[in-house]
Structure formats: structure tokens, C-alpha cells
Design a protein around this ligand. Structure first.
Ligand code: 5GP
Ligand code: ZN
Length: 116
């Protein structure tokens, strides 16, 4: 899938609407359309990177920024103390359905481990 027909690129370009939690020059954080927990936020880099498999060393800063922003948002959402999960699905067996790197921030309920 190219950037042209990528749903997250369209959200970044505001061609598709989303409930935006936070945004800056590098990333956008939105509510997941199909939440799996009371708090389910997606952190999406503005840059189209299909998956972590395609991420390079020059993407290290943005990947770190995504993680640290997730922690800040968790604090703002009131789930930092109770705990949360930050996960990035990669590829078919990892359960990735949108081929544009993103992290899921999940919280607001006790999460089980290991995932199914
Ligand atoms: P993945 O399965 O790739 O790890 O995660 C993709 C996530 O994107 C899913 O949790 C799915 O619910 C969410 N999603 C897919 N399309 C849209 C959309 O158009 N808007 C929003 N807000 N979330 C979406
Ligand atoms: Zn994209």
C-alpha cells in the first residue's frame, strides 16, 4: 500500500476526520474508531512508514517521540498511575491492519498478558 491510498495519511492530511487528542509537527494522536479499552488512542507519525520493518535509523527520533508523547498523553488521560499498554503491531502475524506505523495506547481497564 502506498502513501496515496493510506488511511492514516488521509487522516494526517485531514481528508478523513478523526477525534484528535494531540498533534505536533511530527505526529498526530487520535481516538481509535473501534476502541478495545476505555482509553484507546493511536499515535501516528506524519511520515508514511509502512511498518517497523521499514523504519530506519533516521526514524529513531520520531519513534522515540511517539513513545514519550504516549506517556505524556497517558498522564493527561489519568491512566499513568493505574498503568497502560503501548503496543505496535507489525505485519500479518502481529495483527497489523493499517500499513502505516502507529502505536496503540490502551488503558482504563486491567489488561491481560499475554495477548491472544
Ligand atoms: P492495527 O490493526 O494496524 O494495529 O491498528 C489499526 C487500528 O486503526 C485499529 O485499531 C482500527 O480500529 C483503527 N482504525 C482503522 N481505521 C480507522 C479510522 O478511519 N479512524 C480511526 N480513528 N481509527 C481507525
Ligand atoms: Zn500512510
Amino acid at each position: 500500500m502506498s502513501a496515496a491510498d493510506c488511511i492514516f495519511c488521509k487522516i494526517v492530511a485531514e481528508e478523513i476526520s478523526a477525534r484528535i487528542i494531540y498533534q505536533d509537527d511530527e505526529l498526530i494522536a487520535i481516538e481509535d474508531i473501534n476502541p478495545a479499552a476505555p482509553v484507546h488512542i493511536l499515535l501516528i507519525p506524519r511520515k508514511h512508514i509502512p511498518s517497523l520493518n521499514e523504519a530506519g535509523l533516521d526514524d529513531a527520533d520520531i519513534l522515540g517521540h511517539l513513545q514519550l508523547t504516549a506517556a505524556r498523553i497517558a498522564n493527561g488521560q489519568g491512566i499513568a498511575a493505574s498503568g497502560y499498554r503501548l503496543v505496535s503491531n507489525c505485519g500479518e502475524w502481529g495483527g497489523q491492519t493499517v500499513m502505516h506505523v502507529h502505536y496503540h495506547l490502551l488503558g482504563g481497564r486491567e489488561l491481560r498478558w499475554p495477548p491472544g
